[in-house]
Write a protein that binds this ligand. Sequence first.
Ligand SMILES: CC(=O)N[C@H]1[C@@H](OP(=O)(O)OP(=O)(O)OC[C@H]2O[C@@H](n3ccc(=O)[nH]c3=O)[C@H](O)[C@@H]2O)O[C@H](CO)[C@@H](O)[C@@H]1O[C@H](C)C(=O)N[C@@H](C)C(=O)N[C@H](CCC(=O)O)C(=O)O
Ligand SMILES: Nc1ncnc2c1ncn2[C@@H]1O[C@H](COP(=O)(O)OP(=O)(O)OP(=O)(O)O)[C@@H](O)[C@H]1O
Ligand SMILES: N[C@H](CCC[C@H](N)C(=O)O)C(=O)O
Ligand SMILES: [Mg+2]
Length: 487
Amino acid sequence: MMVLKDILYKVAINAVVGSTLTEVYAVNFDSRKIAANDLFVAINGVTVDGHEFIDVAIKKGAKSIVCERIPEVLVDGVTYVEVDNSNKALAIIASNYYENPSENLKLVGVTGTNGKTTVASLLYQLFKNAGYKVGLLSTVKIMVDNVEYKATHTTPDSLTINKYLTEMSVAGVEFCFMEVSSHGIHQYRTEGLHFEGGIFTNLSHDHLDYHKTFAEYRDVKKKFFDELSSKSFALVNIDDKNGMVMLQNTKAKKYTYALKEYADYKAQILENQLTGLLLKVNDSEVWTRLIGNFNAYNVLAIFATAELLGLEKVEVLRLISDLQSVSGRFQYLISDTKITAIVDYAHTPDALKNVLETINSIRTKNEELITVVGCGGDRDKTKRPKMGHIASALSTKVIFTNDNPRTENAQDILNEIEDGVEPQNFKKVLTIADRKQAIKTACQMAQPNDIVLIAGKGHENYQEINGERFDFDDFKIVKELLVKLEK
Ligand SMILES: CC(=O)N[C@H]1[C@@H](OP(=O)(O)OP(=O)(O)OC[C@H]2O[C@@H](n3ccc(=O)[nH]c3=O)[C@H](O)[C@@H]2O)O[C@H](CO)[C@@H](O)[C@@H]1O[C@H](C)C(=O)N[C@@H](C)C(=O)N[C@H](CCC(=O)O)C(=O)O
Ligand SMILES: Nc1ncnc2c1ncn2[C@@H]1O[C@H](COP(=O)(O)OP(=O)(O)OP(=O)(O)O)[C@@H](O)[C@H]1O
Ligand SMILES: N[C@H](CCC[C@H](N)C(=O)O)C(=O)O
Ligand SMILES: [Mg+2]
């Protein structure tokens, strides 16, 4: 329980009607979850306007309302607080309500189009192996040291973030690594958090349904670095031309990493195999089980972050060589019949291109690369032909199939993917809407030493069709099919 006035500390307020001495039992932004004496924050969302639910919230017992427009008809005994942006206010309220848990641990945010889950999860793993209590907020899962929770978002809402950070701080967690998505920044989910450091992996095409232009998408990411404090570090991939943009206005201490450009942290790929990478990181050699050029960037980011957080270089190198790959990120198995199946979360044109180029750099000419891929519904449509083009150009055979159609017509999505296929590649393409059937066909087509790539869903254990989630796990399915085919 807290007094409204204290919960509103540092919130930019335009107007108040009622008393700020009102007691607040809990904070919520969903009227359906309001209980007696709660504070309801009305948010003008993407689909509906939370202001329409102020009455419902009051009927359910809300005694304080934070909103962008004070309603014309007021209810006695209720305090109304007007702010410019409810999402932003909610984040500051969340920090106040949970007593600023981000200040009790070292919080590092990872942002960029690809590699956030990989970098954050591997940092969690590395610091755990170094003997620390660690937290993780990621697309795949949330970890409060050893306790696992289901993740619903890449970056949860600000109340949820602060709730988990509190749990972490109570559990004695010293370091927390979290993914910071562009939606998260744009909706102020990370506003007001104290970050010890920020990492920028790269920027390429994604979410242009939500952010409209690439410049807007880039500037949202940049805002995260603009808001870091002078005591924090900003670590950016300088081989990506947007790396410098991220550093432009930050007050944080600036560090760069790169494979190509001059940088504070440099890596060179000495060997690139299906079993791992041999890297030269600054002056030291290190072997990692992670596969593919892009993972050289991820490993370098991890090395730099661990050093910036105070770990010894020799120790960090040893820990890097012990890292296990992240579920659904280039996760592979080799069947008894010598077919290699790879499950990867590549769901953007850039990630798909990287994964295919990596496989092509490893496989020999007479081995086929059969790719099974689709695109999610209710998401950026412009990436569909691009992914169709890339998949068909860089594979020897490709089967287009459903990802998560969500509320869209699955066939329309497949048509849009096919639109990107160049005429000379038509002969490589099959379309099998049913994902399981598509994976099965790929496995049946594969000969010994061929590679089957199943891209787009990675760790996901469901397929969402018309708002309903069905059990579906690419890795489990391909594993079972390959075993069956062996018999
Ligand atoms: C498009 C988007 O980002 N939507 C997020 C947004 O919801 P919204 O704006 O649609 O909410 P809304 O339904 O319009 O409702 C507006 C407000 O009215 C309230 N409401 C609504 C109904 C009611 O009866 N009573 C009530 O009070 C709602 O609680 C809400 O506060 O705010 C919600 C609360 O924080 C999020 O859960 C929700 O994420 C949805 C589920 C989602 O799918 N988001 C994806 C796109 C996302 O955020 N992805 C990124 C990762 C992207 C990446 O790959 O990088 C992520 O960080 O997860
Ligand atoms: N540093 C990188 N650069 C380019 N591609 C990468 C990089 N790291 C991983 N990838 C590719 O992108 C895919 C997604 O990786 P990851 O899940 O780590 O990204 P993410 O940023 O967390 O994605 P999301 O936005 O969905 O949370 C991987 O499966 C791999 O194909
Ligand atoms: N975080 C991403 C994941 C996309 C994964 C892909 N399988 C899809 O469903 O589009 C998003 O929500 O856009
Ligand atoms: Mg992620």
